[in-house]
Design a protein around this ligand. Structure first.
Ligand code: PGA
Length: 254
């Protein structure tokens, strides 16, 4: 059985004190929900502090990005080894990184490889743009992204994939549950072809893009969707808690 997972991607929001405040608002209640993996991804600078705050709880920590080199003269970058001391997960290939920071499939591939090498668990984001969706190219784009991101990687133990249609991120325009479920099913089939049926069956695949407390249930009811990558709604403690609670309820009764 795949343990459901809800990831809060805070993006470039919260100062250090703001991050502490947000976690304090939900740490106790989040900790009590034990049938869902809860992962918080604050900005880099808050990782150490938030890590201390949630220590001993069931809440897990993730970063929003990583560089692929082990160390060296890369001013401003953060290496996988640096993160491995602080957190368990790392988001890789988010569409905002692809769009604003020119991350290519090749770079994403190197990052996934480097993260796995030091035991960091990548949350690999894939998803088509609006024009690609409208042109009926979703399958082709997502297939290409999954295969290029995992090129040359033989063991994907620890990996999670997040399907995030670019047109649904931060727009308030979520995909329909059927669309999301269908594309996630497709991703599972790609993984099955690449790594075999068992690996595909065990892989967690999340949906992301305008998930809120109001629509979480409809996504979590879908058989292929194992959780959510939540942006905007993860900055509101009550919303995030509600999404995690709904997930726990639905997935438990399956
Ligand atoms: P959103 O962001 O929930 O604000 O749409 C999701 C994401 O980018 O991970």
């Amino acid at each position: 059985m795949r343990v459901p997972m809800i990831v809060g991607n805070w993006k470039m929001n919260t100062t250090l004190s703001g991050a502490v405040e947000l976690v304090n608002k939900m740490v106790r209640e989040l900790d009590e929900i034990d049938s869902v993996d809860k992962v918080l991804c604050p900005p880099f600078i808050s990782l150490a502090k938030i890590g201390k705050l949630i220590k001993g709880s069931s809440i897990k920590l993730g970063a929003q990005n990583v560089y692929f080199a082990e160390k060296g003269a890369y001013t401003g970058e953060i290496s996988p080894l640096m993160l491995a001391e602080l957190c368990e997960f790392v988001i890789i290939g988010h569409s905002e990184r692809r769009k604003y920071f020119n991350e290519t499939g090749e770079i994403v591939n190197q990052k996934v490889m480097a993260a796995l090498k030091v035991g960091l668990k990548p949350i690999l984001c894939v998803g088509e743009k609006l024009a690609e969706n409208e042109a009926g190219r979703t399958e082709e784009v997502v297939t290409g992204q999954v295969s290029s991101s995992l090129a040359g990687i033989n063991d994907i133990n620890g990996l999670t994939i997040a399907y995030e249609p670019v047109w649904a991120i931060g727009t308030g325009k979520a995909a329909t549950r059927e669309q999301a479920n269908e594309t996630i099913g497709l991703i599972r089939r790609i993984i099955s072809k690449l790594y075999g049926e068992k690996v595909a069956r065990d892989l967690r695949i999340l949906y992301g893009g305008s998930v809120t407390a109001d629509n979480a249930t409809e996504f979590m009811q879908q058989s292929e969707i194992d959780g959510a990558l939540v942006g905007g709604a993860s900055l509101k403690a009550d919303q995030f808690l509600s999404i995690v609670r709904q997930t726990a309820e639905i997935k438990q009764t399956r």
